[in-house]
Design a protein around this ligand. Structure first.
Ligand code: TEU
Ligand code: CA
Length: 555
């Protein structure tokens, strides 16, 4: 594996709307991020991925972009962004923007021009079809519910394709002109001094053409879009072109939001000459998901969790780096999802942190994860803003759940769990805003907040700091970054154990997801590098882990 500048970095995702509000309008903003750079530096992160801040009507919280080269006034100005890039540089930090180019907003100039003249140049930037007898070109279901086709405004017989919200028309990647426009925009951003991009929903840019139906999987007569994605061929040509034309010349760091990859494709995606620097490992997040909808999903058990992790480790071994997460802005809070309910406390949170952070790959921390923010208890759908959650709630009701059951089931998976304002302190609105927050806070901010944790020896925040410091420690760095992963005790239920072996050092990472103590045969412990509890029981080569204990050992 060729070494790359970003291999030893730690990344952090900011969801700007909910991070820190600098001007009291209830919406987090770019000046707010600048104010908190020292907080992030103190935590130890290097790369900061910022979810979209471009001009957007916010039908999908900024993932519907109306102007790729403009900043939405609610988030600040282009000058603020330039200042952010400069301030990050001063601190040896890197800014990574969100690249949302499977679709744009219906309010983007391109789409407006396509509406004005569907047969003209801009019409071919999108997928627009003439519909006869009301029969849609295909029966794919959009990610947010309903058919992927909607009427092109002002045209009785013309429809456009959107795999997400109807305000997110898909861009036609088959059109070389469109691709060049996208690359121009990417270069423009890279010239500004950003380090690269997180690439949104990118597996969707290749469609199966001509349009075709798949067997319906719900009563709506539509099919899950995965049916199409599985069959689509040739996406690699788009990726390779984008890599060669824009990413390579700038040595940009890129991380793809790639779902459902086939194992044999991984080298193409993240190998030495891969399309992307890295891609997210979503095996864990996908575990327990159901084709029927969120109401039918199952929370993965600790054993399922560890199997997903190990399988991804094996698949990327000697090839490249997955980006490892326990949550993001689309997922439940990791500690509320992967930990048994009785373990969702500081001890358990540190256990989960150690388990994923020491895996081979690039660790990403999602805002608030470092202080152990949890899912919110939603009591009614009125408390939820997210489009996807609203759709899933309806799906649950259609399946026969009562409103109470539906909010209970869907609430766990709601994307708003991760989008509640960051909990800075125990004051008004958790110190997020002096105004009215755009989305309700999690009630637990009095107990869980940054002010209570920074500088406190036993806090979750400090544990994350220590994990990052260990990754940077010159003695262990090479092993943690490039060492192999070798699972151990795989068959012991609720125990997650793995070696990280480098050329000079060996580390053993052990976690006990059991309520009961667990005794394991372990030889030659040289040093305890990190422990989520004050003590460790070790006698005669027998190591006893307390309930939810996690340790990182040099062996
Ligand atoms: O997500 C793409 C995606 O396929 C899913 O994560 C999707 O959001 C989820 O299944 C719906 O509940 C990306 C972004 O991360 C997400 O926030 C956007 O909504 C989406 O693309 C559209 O841009
Ligand atoms: Ca603001």
């Amino acid at each position: 594996m060729k070494k790359q500048w970003w291999h030893d970095k730690v990344a952090y995702q900011i969801y700007p709307k909910s991070f820190y509000d600098s001007n009291g309008d209830g919406i987090g903003d770019v000046p707010g991020i600048i104010e908190k750079l020292d907080y992030l530096k103190n935590l130890g992160v290097d790369i900061i991925w910022i979810s979209p801040i471009y001009v957007s009507p916010c039908a999908d919280q900024g993932y519907d972009v109306a102007d790729y080269c403009g900043i939405d006034p609610q988030f600040g100005t282009m000058e603020d962004v330039e200042r952010l890039i400069a301030e990050a540089k001063k601190r040896e930090m890197y800014i990574v923007m969100d690249l949302v180019v499977n679709h744009c907003s219906d309010e983007h100039e391109w789409f407006q021009k396509a509406i004005a003249d569907p047969d003209g140049e801009y019409g071919s930037y999108f997928y627009i079809e003439t519909v006869k007898d009301g029969k849609l070109p295909c029966n794919w279901r959009s990610y947010f519910g309903g058919p992927v086709w909607d009427k092109l405004p002002g045209h009785e017989d013309k429809y456009y394709l959107h795999v997400f919200h109807k305000k997110q028309p898909d861009l036609n990647w088959e059109n070389p002109k469109l691709r060049q426009k996208v690359y121009e925009m990417i270069r423009w951003w890279l010239e500004k001094g950003i380090a690269g991009f997180r690439i949104d929903a990118i597996i969707n840019i290749k469609k199966v053409l001509p349009w075709k139906d798949y067997p319906a999987d719900r009563e709506d007569g539509l099919c899950n879009i995965d049916c199409m994605l599985k069959e689509a061929k040739g996406i690699g040509e788009f990726f390779a072109e984008m890599r060669d034309q824009v990413f390579l010349p700038y040595q940009a760091f890129t991380v793809g939001e790639v779902f459902n990859e086939k194992e044999e494709e991984i080298p193409d995606f993240i190998g030495d000459n891969g399309y992307f620097s890295s891609m997210f490992d979503f095996k864990e997040t996908c575990a327990g998901k159901s084709i029927k909808g969120w109401y039918d999903c199952n929370v993965p058990s600790p054993d399922e969790y560890k199997e997903c992790c190990f399988s991804s480790q094996r698949q990327s071994e000697n090839i490249g780096f997955f980006s490892n997460i326990i949550e993001n802005h689309d997922e439940p809070r990791g500690v509320s999802h992967y930990l048994p309910e009785n373990a969702c406390n500081d001890r358990g949170k540190k256990l989960l942190a150690a388990m994923y952070f020491m895996l081979r790959g690039l660790p990403f921390i999602y805002q608030g994860q470092e202080i152990g923010m949890t899912n919110k208890q939603f009591h009614s759908i009125e408390e939820i803003d997210d489009v996807s959650s609203k759709d899933e709630y309806q799906v649950a009701l259609n399946a026969g759940l009562t409103p109470e059951e539906a909010i209970q089931a869907v609430g766990h998976y709601s994307r708003d769990n991760a989008r509640t304002p960051f909990q800075w302190n125990d004051g008004k609105n958790a110190g997020f805003t002096v105004g009215t927050p755009w989305l309700g806070l999690n009630e637990n901010y009095k107990e869980i907040n940054a002010a209570a944790q920074v500088g406190q020896e036993d806090s979750v925040f400090t544990f994350y700091q220590k994990l990052i410091a260990l990754r940077r420690n010159p003695e262990y760095k090479e092993t943690i970054i490039y060492g192999t992963t070798e699972p151990i005790f795989e068959d012991i239920p609720n125990v997650m154990g793995y070696f990280r072996k480098g050329s000079e050092k060996s580390l053993l990472i052990l976690g006990n997801f059991n309520v009961e103590k667990q005794t394991l045969p372990v030889q030659n412990i040289k040093k305890v590098l990190l422990n989520n509890l004050p003590e460790l029981e070790y006698n005669d080569n027998q190591l006893t882990l307390d309930s939810y204990q996690a340790v990182i050992l040099e062996v």
